[in-house]
Design a protein around this ligand. Sequence first.
Ligand code: GDP
Length: 424
Amino acid sequence: MVTAVVGANWGDEGKGKITDMLGEESDIIVRFQGGSNAGHTIVNDYGKFALHILPSGVFYDHTTSIIGNGVALNIPDLFKEIQEIVEQGVPMPKIKVSDRAQIVMPYHILFDQYEEERLAGKSFGSTKSGIAPFYSDKYAKTGIQVSELFDEESLREKVQGICEKKNVLLEHLYHKPALKVDEIMATLAEYRNMVEPYVCDVSAYLYEAGKEGKRILLEGQLGSLKDPDHGIYPMVTSSSTLAGYGAIGAGVPPYEIKRIVTVVKAYSSAVGAGEFVSEIFGEEADELRRRGGDGGEYGATTGRPRRMGWFDAVASRYGCRVQGATEVALTVLDVLGYLDELPVCVGYEIDGKVTKDFPTTSQLKKAKPVYEVLPGWKTDIRGITEYDKLPENCRKYIEFIEKELEVPVKMVSNGPGRHEIIHR
Ligand code: GDP
């Protein structure tokens, strides 16, 4: 049985916390897309962690953590992160890395920086982790797969071809130093030595695990609205953020993904540029940002202040639909306890017409939010463990959102901690 934990919004929904929690009852946790560009913040018995590439289930003795083939594998980042958690007292995790995963190279990171520089004010707000150049190379068939590290001769030939092409761009477009084959080969030899003990035929491993009845958890990065196909293109990420892609990025049969826990945030936040209909500004936004998440809404990787907004039911319902959500985990609800009233965006007005369907980007640019305002509950709901004990207005907010989403809200998260969760 395979469960996926994915986001319905722009990312930062609190998937890390939900994965860490569901990890307790999982055997294997797999990252299936993305790279070390986004972060998951986890608060558990060992302390507070910002993970970027390790699956958020690394904190248990009984779990195996897997980097699937769909991931943009930054090998130094992976090892730095393992070292950091072990230094904080977490037992050495059991890690496997897919032999089909491709490697983020130092030149991907450079190209990301150079391109952002070149675009200047028109940039995509990349985290400059090399993710877009990495996936471009993957689909241009000039990426380097982990398995290729073990055949030096053909690797050198490939690297020569890569340098030939990239050096034209470096010289004429970016006016930057050229790549050198020997330097890249030396880096790759280092990477090979680091990763060798963990290399695994992951889809075969998961196939056997499935036959033994092992519980597999797929952990998504970012959310539906950052999906390159279904999101706010072009202000999206470079790999699919949808549960359906979990089948490909991990290597499991699509029909095995039976439970799709879609994490929805009780208000909106986004990092980087892009359309954001229910965005708020000024003091109102500053206060929500200050109170938001666990110690403020700032990017876990970049430290950038997140853009803030009211709950967007149009975007979130769409986000749940494209994920194929079977249930919703509604997170960071506790943050909203200070508000007298809570606007919820229930429609978009585009060219004078109100729609409840999330449109393509060109239409989205014209959308204005239509709000329905709900009363606040004006109390701190942290520490509450039963749904019925929540204040009435808080339950009304949850039930309103549930009706808009058309998916059952089975979990409500009212604090960053592993056990701060209300099951319904
Ligand atoms: P992810 O990328 O989806 O894993 O989300 P992030 O980790 O980037 O952002 C979520 C932030 O909210 C983190 O700082 C979490 O510790 C925090 N968080 C998660 N759930 C809750 C919650 O229910 N209440 C509060 N106050 N913070 C939460």
